[in-house]
Design a protein around this ligand. Structure first.
Ligand code: GLC
Length: 480
């Protein structure tokens, strides 16, 4: 047998080739796993159509109870009565923090109004979120009291607008029951009860200040209202933050749950619950099922769980664990931290995708999570983040396109020009979410001309502005 002699140079070359082909193989295998997150245009159109169907079912009296998208009337109407001027207190509960704000609504020669705000943020202790409703609302009252002392306002009985970002079935603008908690809140004894009543009772229990609660709104509604004052075409509000939801101005004649056919009313879609009747089954992946099973509300808010900041980091963590298990990442070894639920924060997704290309940012994040990544590991982690966040942007875009197309149809218009007010950490802080989201929405709404505007402090300003309108309405009713 003839021996083939290989020179040391040839051996080196062969080894390099073998390494390169194993890298290519690894990248292909990673891509195969991540490809599950990609959605074709046709699939997105199907998601949009199903969203529209559920929205219709939510609006109709007959099907409302079983619809997953609840389409809750907000009693915010299209006929503005003008507004009072003066000081308003605004509360914002719904994310990880609770905010108290003082909003001065004044007149402005050019725009007709102006607002100035002072605010303070209070973090909500875990036991207040998941204890009893009394504990939660006592904590809220304590924060208000602290704020009033700091601003020397304790002696004043201010009108108060409450942005409460959960599904509420309203009876009027200042009255509504909490249907169910979302986003990790679980305080017992609140579901099924009048939220404004819970707040009033807690203020009464303290007894050291008085408030006149005049309006309660969802954060999507507050966002829409605050943007409406900048741009009168703003008739949609959307949040992509800890949670994900949208509201819009619907024709009264299609809002069957409220009497009357004239004008429009803002409907809080609560689209986060889309999918709870199985409408998203073929799109949900093993990671989505795991996130859902380990959440405080399994089987609920399935659309929200594909998109929002409360779940995005955890989804990426589960994808990374899958890649590690398949020996495609970190040499098959996960750190204890990476194995811990919740350790991969959603802000890491934004930071990783913002990396300029030198991988420094990615490297730093991964080392704080207890792994020592190679360059290829860093690139693979970035791909995982991109897969999860792109799917979120596309899914969310399909939903909004559904709303906008339905608005055009319900208004019997050939074309629709509309502005969407948006807020939320994922929308604002993620480097690519916005663009991908805008592109999909525009692609799926051919006869619509859409402008997106950011709302600044929308939750507080919107709550104060709607309170100013509510005060004006109350005053004009009294004088009749
Ligand atoms: C959740 C809530 C919804 C809220 C959204 C954004 O989906 O159920 O009411 O608007 O989060 O905060």
């Amino acid at each position: 047998m003839k021996m083939i002699r290989i020179s040391p140079r040839q051996a080196l070359k062969m080894r390099a080739l073998r390494r390169r082909s194993s890298i290519v193989e690894r990248v292909l295998m990673v891509d195969q796993i991540l490809s599950e997150f990609r959605l074709e245009r046709e699939e997105l159109k199907e998601v949009m159509r199903r969203m529209q169907r559920e929205m219709d079912r939510g609006l109709r009296m007959e099907t409302h109870d079983e619809a997953s998208v609840k389409m809750l009337p907000t009693y915010v109407r299209s006929t503005p009565e003008g507004s009072e001027v003066g000081d308003f207190l605004a509360l914002d509960l719904g994310g990880t923090n609770f905010r108290v704000m003082l909003v001065k609504v004044g007149e402005d020669e050019e725009r007709g109004w102006k607002v100035e705000t002072k605010h303070r943020m209070y973090s909500i202790p875990e036991d207040a979120m998941t204890g009893t409703a009394e504990m939660l609302f006592d904590y809220i009252a304590e924060c208000i009291s602290d704020f009033l002392v700091k601003h020397n306002l304790k002696h004043k009985k201010l009108p108060l607008g409450f942005t409460f970002s959960f599904p509420v079935r309203h009876e009027d603008i200042d009255k509504g029951i909490l249907l169910n908690w979302t986003k990790g809140f679980k305080a017992s004894g609140a579901e099924g009860n009048n939220v404004v009543g819970l707040l009033r009772d807690a203020i009464k229990r303290r007894g050291d200040f008085e408030m006149d609660v005049v309006a309660m709104v969802n954060d999507t509604v507050a966002t829409m209202i605050s943007c409406y004052y900048e741009d009168r075409s703003c008739e949609v509000g959307m949040i992509v933050g800890t949670g994900c939801n949208a509201c819009y101005m619907e024709e009264m004649r299609t809002v069957e749950l409220v009497e009357g056919d004239e004008g429009r009313m803002c409907v809080n879609t609560e689209w986060g619950a889309f999918g709870d009747n199985g409408e998203l089954e073929e799109f949900r992946l093993e990671y989505d099922r795991k996130v859902d099973e380990t959440s405080l509300n399994p089987g609920q808010q399935l659309y929200e769980k594909l998109i929002s900041g409360k779940y995005m980091g955890e989804l990426v963590r589960l994808v990374l664990l899958k890649l590690i298990n398949e020996n495609l990442l970190f040499q098959g070894e996960a750190s204890e931290l990476l194995k811990t639920r919740g350790s991969f924060e959603t802000r890491f997704v934004s930071q990783i995708e913002s990396d300029s290309g030198d991988r420094k940012q990615i490297y730093n994040i991964l080392t704080t999570l207890g792994v020592l990544p190679s360059e290829l590991d860093c690139d693979i982690v970035r791909l995982a983040c991109e897969s999860v966040s792109t799917r979120a942007a596309h899914m969310c875009g399909a939903g909004l396109a559904g709303i906008i197309n339905s608005m055009r149809e319900h208004r019997n218009q050939e074309a629709l020009k509309i502005t969407v007010g948006v807020d939320g950490s994922v929308y604002k802080l993620h480097p690519c979410f916005q663009d991908k989201f805008h592109n999909i929405v525009r692609e799926l709404t051919p006869r619509c001309d859409i402008t997106f505007i950011h709302s600044e402090e929308g939750s507080g300003r919107g709550a104060a502005l709607i309170s100013a309108v509510a005060c004006k309405m109350a005053a004009s009713m009294l004088s009749q």
